[in-house]
Ligand binder design. Structure first.
Ligand code: ADP
Ligand code: MG
Length: 456
């Protein structure tokens, strides 16, 4: 059983090469075969394999031999369906400065909040078109003036900065008014505390604590959808605080009305304040964020050189979300600082092959049709069928529009995939949606959501 042997060897390797190297280079390795003196490993990228082979194969070999495996050679091959995303394990060698964590406030240790990331401040938040509204609203609430919108509801796709903004608000509020009891936690933690309180028969304490804060921030509230008694409790907490005119800040991955299995009364409560969304990043914002991070790394590691065009290349190619973008940069810097090489376009392409490949994934017309059909509750077959009823034809046009916008397919190609329709029909559909979008806010909301779901 190769994996058992490998498990032991891995443990010994930590001691030999250090924790950081281990986490970065050894942990992601998968031993797939051990036969005839050859140990076969799967690695996430070619670069990764070369690196491990050059630097650690002797260690690995001697450890395997010591454990009685009789290994003469080590081979690496790239994993099929390479890794979708950078993981903590394969990212940093030279770690970015440790994430300092601060409790909410020194005298509020009784609050069951989650720790705040000290790096998530307004200063480190890059503002661009897609997030300027959310940023402005967050700033306003963080000033801690009279409660003007309650709750502030921030929503947007993964990795667009919701948590960052919430932490920034908590930091700012606490800095301006140290006496304020600010409680930040995820909806999951809220549920966990609630269940714990139920189990330990301390529900009164639970209620008291949550009703005694000045500012309550609940991250990723979509999590409590479908969890009935947690929702119930959340609703009561929410009302009690609003009644006392205490500020509430909520985040979710979608608009209140779009969260399935969330009670209507909660949805409508959540919509009472200010609802703002973080749009998917655009090229300028991504570039801005990269530039900011580079400044930061430069101050940490003197002598790092990054060739012109690399940041632009990354901002152009990695469009999924900011977290992935950051991970890519971290890995690049880690590598460059280890080998003392300039970060060139070529190096970036090699070192980030897996991330770039994952970002490359092309959206298909079929996926678009499926999501749109789901959203409007019609059958997928109606997308290609002949029905002309408005409640079918309109979603179909939405799918046509999105196909034109989000894929590189030509109108005739799109037509073929919509049951062999003529390209003029597609053009008409696309135009129709463009016209309607200007006046029909429901439709433009639908489109925003669909785009987000498709590109998420
Ligand atoms: P979300 O909570 O929306 O999933 P996060 O707030 O966790 O996203 O953000 C993911 C990462 O991207 C964090 O490291 C955060 O600092 C970073 N990030 C997101 N948006 C920005 C921005 N506008 N400026 C700087 N960093 C950002
Ligand atoms: Mg978050």
């Amino acid at each position: 059983m190769p994996n058992k042997a490998w498990g032991l060897v891995r443990e010994n390797l930590v001691a030999r090469i250090g924790k950081n190297n281990y986490a970065t280079w050894i942990e992601p390795l998968k031993l797939t075969m051990l036969k005839n003196g050859v140990a076969h490993f799967e690695v996430p990228t070619t670069f990764f394999g070369n690196w491990v082979s050059r630097n650690f194969s002797d260690h690995i070999k001697s450890q395997l031999n010591e454990s009685g495996q009789g290994v003469e050679r080590i081979e690496f091959s790239v994993m099929r369906g390479a890794m979708p995303e950078l993981t903590a394990a394969n990212a940093p060698v030279v770690k970015p400065p440790a994430k300092p964590v601060s409790r909410l406030s020194r005298n509020d240790d009784d609050l069951p909040g989650a720790p705040l990331d000290a790096r998530f401040t307004f200063d480190s938040f890059v503002v661009g078109k897609p997030n300027e509204l959310a940023h402005a609203a967050a700033r306003r609430v963080a000033e801690g003036g009279p409660v003007s919108f309650n709750p502030l509801f921030l929503y947007g796709g993964v990795g667009l900065g919701k948590t960052h903004l919430m932490h920034a608000m908590a930091h700012e509020l606490q800095a301006r008014q140290p006496q304020l009891r600010v409680l930040y936690l995820s909806a999951e933690q809220f549920m966990y505390r609630f269940v714990q309180a139920l189990r330990e028969r301390q529900i009164m304490d639970f209620k008291e604590i949550f009703r005694s804060v000045d500012v309550l921030m609940v991250d990723d509230v979509q999590f409590i959808a479908g969890k009935d008694s947690t929702q119930e409790e959340f609703f009561h907490t929410f009302n009690a605080l609003v009644d006392q005119n205490k500020q509430i800040v909520i985040s979710a991955d979608r608009a209140p009305g779009e969260i399935k299995d969330l009670e209507e009364r909660i949805k409508s409560r959540l919509q009472c304040g200010l609802v703002v969304d973080l749009h998917p990043t655009d090229y300028e914002l991504r570039l801005g964020i990269l530039q900011q991070k580079v400044e930061f790394y430069r101050s940490q590691y003197k002598g790092l050189v990054i060739a012109g065009g690399v940041l632009e290349f990354l901002a152009h190619r990695i469009t999924t979300n900011v977290r992935v973008l950051e991970g890519a940069l971290t890995r690049l810097f880690a590598f460059a600082s280890l080998v003392g090489r300039e970060i060139t376009l070529e190096l970036a392409q090699d070192c980030l092959a897996d991330i770039l490949r994952a970002s490359d994934r092309k959206l298909t017309i079929e996926e678009i049709q499926r999501k749109v059909a789901e959203h409007y509750n019609i059958r997928l077959s109606d997308m290609i069928g002949p029905k002309r009823l408005r409640n079918i034809a309109r979603p179909r046009q939405v799918a046509m529009y999105l196909s034109k916008q989000l894929t590189l397919r030509s109108l005739p190609e799109i037509g073929r995939r919509f049951g062999g329709r003529d390209h003029t029909t597609i053009m008409h559909g696309v135009k129709k949606i463009e016209e309607l979008m200007a006046t029909d806010s429901q439709l433009s909301d639908d489109l925003l959501l669909l785009r987000r779901l498709l590109q998420g």
